[in-house]
Design a binder for this molecule. Sequence first.
Ligand code: BV8
Length: 243
Amino acid sequence: MLPLDASTYLLVLTGAGISAESGVPTFRDAGGLWEGHAVEDVASPAGFARDPLMVWQFYSERRANMTAVAPNAAHHALAEVERRLGDRFLLVTQNVDGLHTAAGSERVIEMHGNLMRSRCSVCDRAPFEDRTAYRRGVAPMCGVCQRAGRDALLRPDIVWFGEAIVAGALPRIETFVDAAGAGLRFLAVGTSGLVYPAAGLVDVVRARGGRSWLVNADAPANARSFDTVTLGAAGKVLPEMFA
Ligand code: BV8
């Protein structure tokens, strides 16, 4: 159980595992998204420069899959806890599937971007909602650049390996952790603990004396960093977890 009281500040980190029961494939489980793809080929600037059509194909298939998925009980459980804690709750997700927002969560940081947005790979136009930019075999181009006489590819509004995470994410987390003081509690759900800086959040919390919980289908790389580890499916464990 994760006790919530008047002094609790709850920081939550989620990964692909929280969306698994919604039918969204994880990255590294058998049959996961990366199966058949070298990560650096589809989730890195070099991979995009080398073969933008292959990268657009990879992300467009994931966008198309999103129309058939919905938040599960784990997403809804976190939205309920946010309603109880208000500004003493902060949800940081590595996921780009938008399911936390769809479940009603508002205090959400999408640290790796969002699958349903695109942005220009050259100009600084704002990222925009884009569900259909890609037609098989044609890499979408930026209209703003075209009008300025430049050829520039659009890209998914996703943080790739080697790119800085979404601006402002880490300072917002630091501010929350500072405000929490002795009431700081950290919950990680459905993540293999392999990707930084997300995987290092538990260490940030421990350095402040905060207590940490992990809910995961199996023991991930950084399991030993957590005070309490519950192995199980997030959709089953989370609804029963908060006292
Ligand atoms: C950066 C977008 C610096 C793509 C992603 C230290 C050493 C070596 C390298 C580094 C290092 N520190 C930083 C790096 C570089 C790199 C990194 O961490 N590499 C790793 C591989 C070592 N990090 C970066 O590049 C980051 N940027 O550090 O920038 C910088 C600073 C300034 C200026 C320039 C640069 C950026 C990382 C972001 C990469 N992008 N995603 C996309 O989505 O297509 S990462 C990708 O992995 C996804 O976002 C995904 O969310 C993330 C992590 O994976 P998980 O979510 O954990 O998913 P996974 O499948 O792995 O695990 C699922 C888990 O769920 C499993 O454990 C499973 O058991 C469990 N599960 C399954 N079902 C359930 C379940 N649990 C509960 N219930 C269930 N039902």
